[in-house]
Design a protein around this ligand. Structure first.
Ligand code: HEC
Length: 252
């Protein structure tokens, strides 16, 4: 806001200068006053906010460490937003990333959308135009579902992670469940925690890579949204939950 205010003040000076020369100085001054009061009222900065390319490795590291501070949702959001706070400052510095920690455990342990994906969804919502953001998150959820995770290997691991699994779903419950079953580790084990911390890094890195591509004009995606493919808001793994008899969505 400081920068914005500075710009508007200098614009006012310019306007007042012009007003002294031109007739109707009073009207010009009134216009300038409106500009200043908007800045002083601290109106929300319109979206999307400015973006500068982030080093995916930096995002991964911040996200990984972030998991051990406040878990997955906060971790990914900080991996994306903290570098932007450093590079760009406001409005990013007005957004305390801790506000995103409730996404942990697929939203306070309910096992719904993996918190790392929630963190990415919220962060991208500030950075990318709506249509671009939608495709980035669509691609992200598909990649998360289809990829053997985790991939990230931290410089200073807190625990060993020997097993990678494909979740086939963006749901925390399914993703964590498949991994804990394959690894035979409990939810409270250091290995499961490390696994989620590494996935947090993976998701931050993947998101940043797509944002960087978009910034370079290289991001494109023709992946359809599930709602457009199936006629119901859904994930792609219908049979895993429904078995062979996948119910038909109501048409029309
Ligand atoms: C994570 C598990 C899960 C996945 C994946 C999933 N569903 Fe469902 N779906 C359910 C549950 C649970 C219900 C509600 C109970 C039920 O009827 O089986 C439901 C309900 C439905 C319904 C409403 C009709 C009904 O029988 O209740 C339709 C239609 C449907 N699902 C279609 C799909 C399609 C198509 C896909 C894949 C594109 C899909 N589902 C993927 C779990 C899932």
């Amino acid at each position: 806001m400081v920068e914005k205010l500075g710009k508007e003040v200098s614009r006012r000076d310019a306007l007042i200068g012009a007003g002294k020369i031109a007739a109707g100085a009073a009207i010009v001054t009134m216009g300038a006053a409106a500009l200043i009061s908007r800045a002083e009222a601290k109106e929300a900065v319109p979206l999307p906010w400015p973006y500068q390319k982030i080093d995916p490795k930096e995002a991964g590291q911040i996200a990984y460490e972030g998991w051990y501070k406040a878990f997955c949702s906060y971790g990914v959001a900080s991996g994306i937003l903290v570098p932007l706070q450093k590079k760009i400052g406001e409005p990013y510095t007005n957004l305390p990333v801790e506000g995103l920690r409730l996404g942990e455990g697929g939203t306070v342990g309910w096992g719904t959308l993996c918190g790392s994906l929630l963190g990415a969804t919220v962060a991208v919502g500030f950075v990318a135009p709506y249509d671009v953001g939608k495709q980035i998150i669509n691609e992200l959820l598909k990649w998360y579902s289809d990829t053997e995770l985790p991939l990230y290997v931290p410089a200073r691991p807190r625990a060993e992670v020997k097993i990678q699994t494909v979740s086939a779903s963006p749901l925390c419950h399914i993703s964590v469940g498949k991994w804990t079953d394959a690894a035979q580790k409990s939810l409270g084990s250091p290995e499961r925690k490390e696994r989620c911390a590494r996935i947090t890094a993976d998701v931050a890195m993947k998101t940043v890579m797509m944002l960087n591509d978009w910034k370079d004009g290289k991001f494109s995606s023709s992946l359809k949204l599930p709602s457009a493919m199936y006629g119901i808001t859904a994930q792609h793994n219908c049979k895993e939950c429904h078995g062979e008899k996948v119910p038909q969505p109501v048409k029309g």
